[in-house]
Design a protein around this ligand. Structure first.
Ligand code: CA
Ligand code: CA
Ligand code: CA
Length: 723
């Protein structure tokens, strides 16, 4: 793009060409725009300046100035002055010093200057203005944006492998894993980080953060650090405190917005937030927060990936232990604020951590979590926490390492609450929390398991050693200072409570309990399981068996009691006892519309000795009936293609309030809802939609189907759009 100023014979400046198409291409930003100049720090860009008169290299001095923010200062690195020919113009205390040189091929004698401008690798990211002065005349040459640069070895976000940069910076499509127990369900997510206006949206987000309100000059200056920026973004994604992009809702009432399961991508959310003058978008849960954050990080140039942790602990009182309380029916009581989520989703950002160690020990992936769970330094934000520090149990390191450590490796202790209110410890479990920690693989749609980057293998000596080391550090209070102003529960001293937990009573006769699925649990059909008991004792044992089925939120909180059943069962010596468990669709349906997980708990009391009480729990994740999406016709940019969505009603009831929405960056803008007619039993929809793709490359088309009985069933297909 070139800018031609109106003829002003008194001016020395005639025209500037910013070469946005070639500069943006060289800086890996042409996917965002080829009209606005967007460069990455630590990498030079070119501009051509035409003057109305010859430029004398021995005599003339062109002075260029870049500024960012409202209060630019050389000492803060938010302003830089540099000259052509090169001459030092900045003060000794100046940070983030820019420079420029004249490219060969310039012909200063005809007034044509081809300038190579170099932003330093520690320049704050943001929106800049570049101006030039010559012979007492001054002119603004460009407004442009500077982003982080994973391609520059001097940048703290440098990522050496090109295929990883393609995935973690440039890929607009991804996968977020959800589910529970052994069931891991991939969901396509459209990051859309290079969709229209994303630079403006993300820069505005930085300007709205509370630290900017308090001290704008320092905040803009601190944007040189990806550590600072990622922490700020984690606070700005949630609506708590200073406000933010997404409002969380873990209840059942989603009026005034969309349920969290509705969304298929980040851009529709970010655009709505921006267009509504920063009103928080309703509603999200952890994967929505993480998906949106990943888009913002990738746009800003911080390599980022979405990570899902299964059986994720939420430790509210920093003792690295999750306490669960059960009543005699086996129903989980609500009194504990601690919980184990079926899954929890955060992001990892890639950056150096010179603030933690000089030898680079903690460089690399860092956990950053935008879901508002606990306050850190007074705000709902979390991280960056070095994954290496988490693995080593270094819970005194910034930021929020104890919280993330507990998410992946807390111990879980179950208590039985007797009718008189007294509690009996029935179960201590050191291996359940933190399983199958998952992210999408580089360059494919496979799953990569990250569990061993977060902790030593469960069952190993090292895992116990690190747990004890972390508990010890916490008991010594070393983390308290850093997270002052935290959740305020202040039960830190109780760390010793967990270290003295005895193993389950060794005098209790042993009883093995396991669950099996008779068939795959599908939403719309009856769920059939069996519980199998076995024991080594040589006598027949009689048990009272209380089985309770509860609907569960993915956060581990009960969402309704589906059924309870009490039976008496005899376990013969050397024989398995099989207890069938049947949960009919007609019974569970109304509890499971917003929920996909059932919790099954069994309290088994030995009737010969009622002090021998056993607890076993299991989680079942229902598989939704399938919706299919396929694409026919040409797959060329700017040419129509047809997408077909098919869904079959699997139940004996009419489906009402049917609707579907499609989305996919590069294929269509945002996410729009189409209302559909009622669907009779055993009938199917076949809906065709015409699209015009506007970007090339591999693109995902996502569909979301909802009705009164099934909420937000998703599917996707991949289309390769040719130029
Ligand atoms: Ca916030
Ligand atoms: Ca706890
Ligand atoms: Ca463990």
């Amino acid at each position: 793009m070139s800018l031609n100023w109106p003829t002003d014979y008194s001016s020395v400046f005639r025209l500037v060409d910013l070469h946005t198409d070639t500069n943006n291409y060289e800086h890996h930003t042409s996917e965002i725009s080829v009209k606005e100049l967007i460069v990455r720090r630590g990498q030079a860009f070119k501009l051509t300046l035409k003057l109305t008169q010859p430029f004398n290299l021995g005599f003339d001095q062109l002075i260029m100035t870049v500024v960012t923010g409202n209060d630019p200062s050389e000492d803060l690195g938010t302003k830089s002055r540099f000259g052509v020919p090169g001459r030092s113009l900045h003060s000794a205390s100046a940070k983030a010093v820019w420079k420029a040189e004249l490219q060969r091929g310039s012909s200063p004698e005809t007034g044509v200057l081809v300038l190579i401008v170099s932003p330093p690798a520690d320049a704050p990211i943001g929106e800049y203005t570049l101006s030039a002065s010559l012979k007492d005349k001054e002119k603004v040459l460009a407004n442009f944006s500077v982003l982080f640069n994973p391609w520059s070895s001097d940048d703290w976000v440098f990522l050496p492998k090109e295929e990883e940069r393609r995935e973690y910076v440039l890929n607009e499509q991804g996968i977020i894993y959800r589910g529970g127990g052994d069931y891991i369900s991939p969901m396509s997510w459209d990051f859309g980080q290079f969709e229209e206006g994303m630079v403006k949206i993300c820069m505005k987000m930085l300007d709205l953060n509370v630290k900017h309100w308090l001290n704008p000059a320092d905040d803009v200056s601190a944007r040189s650090s990806p550590i600072y920026v990622s922490r700020v973004v984690s606070a700005m994604i949630n609506s708590s405190d200073e406000g933010g992009v997404v409002m969380g809702n873990w209840g059942n009432d989603f009026s005034g917005g969309f349920p969290p399961t509705y969304w298929s991508g980040s851009y529709a959310i970010l655009k709505q937030w921006y267009n509504s003058y920063y009103r928080s978008v309703r509603y999200g849960q952890c994967w929505v927060f993480a998906g949106v954050m990943c888009s913002v990080m990738r746009l800003l140039g911080i390599p980022c990936r979405v990570v899902s942790n299964f059986q994720s602990a939420h430790d509210t009182n920093k003792n690295l232990t999750i306490d669960n309380y059960f009543d005699y029916n086996g129903a989980m009581e609500r009194e504990s604020r601690d919980s184990i989520w079926n899954f929890h989703v955060w992001v990892e950002g890639w950056m150096r951590r010179p603030d933690l160690a000089t030898d680079g020990k903690y460089d690399g992936w860092q956990v950053v979590d935008p879901t508002p769970q606990e306050r850190s330094e007074g705000l709902f934000c979390c991280g960056p926490a070095s994954v290496t520090a988490i693995r080593n149990g270094e819970v005194d390191l910034k930021y929020d390492v104890p919280f993330v450590f507990a998410e992946v490796n807390a111990d879980s202790v179950s208590w039985l609450v007797r009718s008189d209110g007294s509690r009996m410890k029935i179960f201590s479990d050191t291996v359940t929390v933190g399983q199958n920690i998952s992210t999408k693989a580089v360059g494919s749609y496979k799953r990569t398991d990250l569990t061993n980057t977060y902790k030593h293998r469960e069952g190993s000596l090292e895992e116990r050693k690190v747990f004890a080391y972390a508990l010890d550090k916490i008991a010594n209070g070393s983390t308290m200072r850093r997270d002052a102003g935290g959740s305020g529960t202040g039960v830190l001293g109780s760390g010793s409570e967990t270290s003295t937990v005895p193993p389950p009573d060794p005098s209790q006769p042993q009883l093995r309990i396991r669950f099996e699925e008779v068939s795959k649990p599908e939403n719309g059909k009856d769920v059939n399981l069996r519980m199998i008991l076995s024991s080594d004792t040589s006598t027949t044992r009689t048990f009272s068996v209380n089985i309770s089925i509860q609907a569960m939120k993915y956060t581990g909180q009960p969402a309704g009691n589906i059924q309870t059943e009490v039976t008496e069962q005899k376990l013969l010596p050397k024989k398995d006892l099989i207890v069938p468990i049947k949960v009919p669709f007609s019974v569970y349906h109304k509890y499971m519309i917003q929920s996909r997980t059932m919790s099954i708990s069994a309290i088994i009391t030995d009737l010969q000795n009622e002090d021998n009480v056993y607890l076993a729990t299991n989680r079942v994740v229902l598989i939704n009936p399938p919706v299919s999406i396929t694409v026919t016709g040409g797959s060329k940019v700017n040419q129509e293609l047809t997408a077909e969505v098919v869904f079959m009603n699997p139940i004996d009831d009419i489906l009402r309030d049917c609707s579907m929405s499609l989305s996919g960056s590069g294929l269509m803008i945002g996410q729009e809802i189409t209302k559909l007619p009622n669907l009779r039993p055993n009938c199917r929809f076949r809906v065709a939609v015409v699209l015009v793709p506007y970007k090339t490359g591999e693109r995902s088309l996502l569909v979301n189907f909802s009705c009164n009985s099934f909420k937000d069933i998703k599917s996707s297909c991949i289309v390769n759009i040719k130029p």
